[in-house]
Design a protein around this ligand. Structure first.
Ligand code: BGC
Length: 756
């Protein structure tokens, strides 16, 4: 299947969609219902139930007798995973190397709806090339805990930013003819005990913070499938949570597609059948023979099964199956996706500090650069547990720098610190033999004296040092959370030692989630958050460091001063102190692959969401807690002036839209992007509100000396709160302050309007 065919297919789909354009994105899925009902009428109960569980580890059954193809899934969320067989064993195909797109938090740092849409397109097109129907992504849980193992896959601590990214990703991917599968629905914010933990959460934060992005991606984006999370929410597993799956997703939001359990996350026949699950992944222990028995025994009405089949067939009809002999004809990664990965990487990099304008580096002024740190060369595409991409290529930071400086500057690379590989480290060390000393035995192992000495020597005779700090894919990984946000393997000690011999240090942090940067910040003139930035990440980083482009990323989450300041830690509700008998996914793997049969029934500890809506900056700002770097923060090589805030009216009714305009001037001498942000504060409110909340933002490119007027829109409906007393959305009338600026703690302009 080549690119041209994919575009023709996508165009056909678009034309089809335009034809039913007056339907809502979800209702478009119902256009084939008559045909589908005829098909259901011809199916046996056994054939219907055959569709409701996995066929292989990455597919579910169609209706072979009636010529309806299987549904084929592949893991995202930042690239099409290589072809895997049972037990996720790679099958060693030659054409399945995909584009490694920047991971979730990097995409989020662009704050760009245009790029989120393109990202979805890039992903969607590669799924088609591989003959796949459903992207297991976007991964869009709120970043509640700085330590969350999947922080890097997720987007943001803020629901509005999260919602925009998930919705645009969805539109982009589905416009290319591939369905998304929004994951993990819902309140899957920790990996600790993920398979059984019970999130205890009030309805208001559930709706306003944790479900917002799912709602928008379903209602506005038209998402065709949803993956239920492993955990429980308020007492019920997500795969059998009728409140989430039936009352909210289907009845309120009008979802017409299908749900699939996270792999190994189905727990009962009756619960799943009546609680809104369509597909058990994986196995057929619940939505297989036991469901047939339950229907025959009159416990589950056959209509429930028919509804599930109808929802699956709607997606099957909306997504054109790729014939076996057309799929996988060319390499999965193509320039179309690679260029998108590059563009996203360029706009995601966040400049945190730039004392004395040490950045951008003037090539003419440096003869020798010491590049210190394993993260300059380590791959971030794969490794650890869970999401990863067999990338076609990966421009690491070191390669990016070497390509950029060419012959002009001497670059000396030293590893600086050991590799930490978590539980894989032991195996690696054992297989490499006792002599191998390059893999750390503990994450907090102090710097290795020989490596440290080598790094100091390199720094001593260089004009500047670029130090690569951060985590890796074993430290931030699915299945476990970090113990803390400390920099690992003696990195603080190393940067301090480097600073003793060279005061020209630029530190680049390669991580998906936040790290405690207090020490490196002290010893570095400049500090850059470089993310896990995809296959072109090194190119983009070098372009920023050497001033080809101005940095323009903004933090999609807060960097706390210390972990203990963040809400769940401050309120002592995380980590929960319970032994839950292993990770559910690991247990399933041992059962399927290792043939082990007995596991202790996992306990189900409560995760109390005691902070309510005060997640991320909402907590720090409301409680007046200092942070290291605030939400929305990011410097450029230019400065911007903000002036002349105006609104189109002074008072607004519930169905109106507030239009806020202001001017931004680029004071520098290079073209640069800015991400203006608009927050709302309540004045004399009776309802409890966070100190402020993000309500609108944009990304604008401004030429040197140019002033641009931006107009951002806030629908008044977005200012409502979930009123538990009426179990619905409600608007608190009265005055609100609208503040605008370049981060949540750098707000230059303010005006007041009234909600009437
Ligand atoms: C993850 C999902 C993933 C699935 C299939 C699970 O462990 O939580 O995000 O899509 O595995 O690989």
């Amino acid at each position: 299947m080549n690119q041209k065919t994919i575009f023709t297919l996508a165009l056909g789909l678009l034309i089809g969609f335009c034809a039913c354009n007056n339907l809502s994105p979800q209702d478009r899925l119902t256009v084939n219902d008559d045909k589908i009902n005829d098909i259901i009428a011809q199916m046996t109960l056994e054939e219907k139930v055959e569709m409701l569980h996995s066929k292989t580890i990455m597919s579910s059954e169609g209706v072979p007798r009636l010529g309806i193809q299987d549904i084929k899934y592949a893991d995202g969320p930042f690239g099409c995973r290589e072809e895997v067989g049972d037990g996720f064993r790679a099958l060693g195909w030659t054409l399945d190397s995909a584009t490694y797109f920047p991971t979730g938090s990097a995409l989020a740092a662009t704050w760009s709806s245009e790029l989120a849409y393109k990202y979805g397109q890039g992903m969607g097109s590669e799924w088609r090339t591989r003959g796949k129907d459903v992207i297991l992504g976007p991964a869009m849980n709120i970043q509640r805990l700085p330590v969350c193992g999947r922080h890097y896959e997720y987007f943001s601590e803020d629901p509005i930013l999260n919602a925009m990214l998930a919705t645009e990703f969805t539109k982009g991917a589905q416009d290319m003819g591939t369905a998304v599968c929004l994951k993990h629905y819902a309140v899957n914010n920790q990996e600790t005990n993920r398979g059984s933990v019970n999130a205890v959460i009030a309805e208001r934060p559930l709706r306003e913070i944790y479900l917002k992005a799912f709602e928008k991606a379903v209602v506005e984006g038209g998402a065709m499938s949803v993956m239920t999370a492993y955990n429980k929410v308020n007492g019920y597993y997500c795969s059998e949570n009728a409140h989430l799956n039936n009352e909210i997703l289907r009845d309120e939001w009008g979802f017409k597609g299908f749900t699939v359990s996270d792999w190994g996350g189905t727990h009962s026949t009756m619960g799943a059948a009546l609680g809104g699950l369509n597909v058990q992944m994986t196995g057929d222990s619940y939505l297989g023979p036991a469901l047939i028995d339950s229907v025959k025994a009159g416990k589950v009405p056959e209509k429930v099964v028919d509804d599930k089949v109808r929802e699956l067939l709607r997606v099957r009809f909306a997504i054109t199956p790729i014939p076996e002999d057309e799929a996988n004809k060319v390499m999965t990664s193509q320039p179309f996706g690679q260029n998108i990965a590059y563009e996203v990487a360029q706009k995601s990099i966040v400049l945190l500090k730039n004392e004395g304008a040490v950045l951008p580096i003037e090539k003419k002024e440096v003869k020798k650069i010491a590049v210190v740190g394993l993260n300059a060369t380590a791959s971030t595409a794969a490794g650890g547990m869970g999401a990863g991409v067999k990338t076609l290529y990966e421009i690491t930071p070191l390669l990016g720098i070497l390509n950029e400086v060419g012959e002009d500057v001497e670059v000396e690379y030293v590893q600086g610190y050991k590799n930490y590989m978590g539980m894989f480290g032991g195996w690696m060390r054992r297989s490499a033999g006792a002599a191998d000393n390059s893999i750390a035995t503990a994450i907090d192992e102090p710097a290795d004296p020989a490596m440290l000495a080598e790094a100091v020597a390199a720094a001593k005779d260089a004009d500047m040092v670029i130090f690569f700090a951060g985590t890796n894919k074993f430290i931030e990984s699915e299945g476990s959370d970090r113990q803390n946000i400390d920099l690992p393997v003696g990195q603080n000690e190393i940067v301090k030692a480097l600073a003793e011999v060279n005061d020209n240090i630029v530190t680049v942090v390669i991580s998906g989630g936040p790290c405690d940067l207090r020490e490196v910040q002290k010893y570095s003139k400049a500090l850059v958050q470089g993310w896990w930035n995809g296959m072109e990440g090194g190119t983009a980083l070098a372009e920023v460091l050497f001033g080809k482009i101005a940095p323009s990323g903004k933090l999609p989450f807060t960097f706390p001063l210390q972990l203990e300041d963040s809400p769940a830690y401050a309120l002592d509700v995380f980590p929960q102190k319970a032994d839950v008998a292993g990770d559910l996914f690991g247990n399933q793997y041992r059962q399927d692959i290792g043939g082990q049969r007995r596991f202790r029934q996992p306990l189900s500890p409560d995760a109390l969401y005691s902070e309510g809506s005060l997640v991320g900056y909402r907590w720090f700002d409301t409680k007046n807690v200092d942070v290291l770097y605030p939400f929305g923060y990011g410097l450029s090589y230019v400065t911007f002036d903000y002036a002349n805030i105006k609104t189109n009216k002074t008072s607004y009714k519930e169905n109106a839209t507030i239009k806020v305009s202001f001017d931004i001037t680029n004071n520098g001498d290079m073209v640069a992007d800015e991400v203006p942000q608009v927050y709302v504060r309540r004045i004399d409110a009776q309802v409890e509100w966070p100190e402020k909340e993000l309500k609108a933002f944009d990304r604008v490119t401004i030429n040197p000396g140019q002033t641009k007027t931006v107009t951002l829109e806030i629908p008044v409906s977005e200012l409502r709160y979930w009123d538990e007393s009426i179990n619905g959305w409600n608007l608190e009338k009265g005055q609100i302050e609208i503040v605008a600026g370049s981060s949540s703690r750098d707000l230059h302009l303010s005006t007041v309007v009234t909600l009437i």
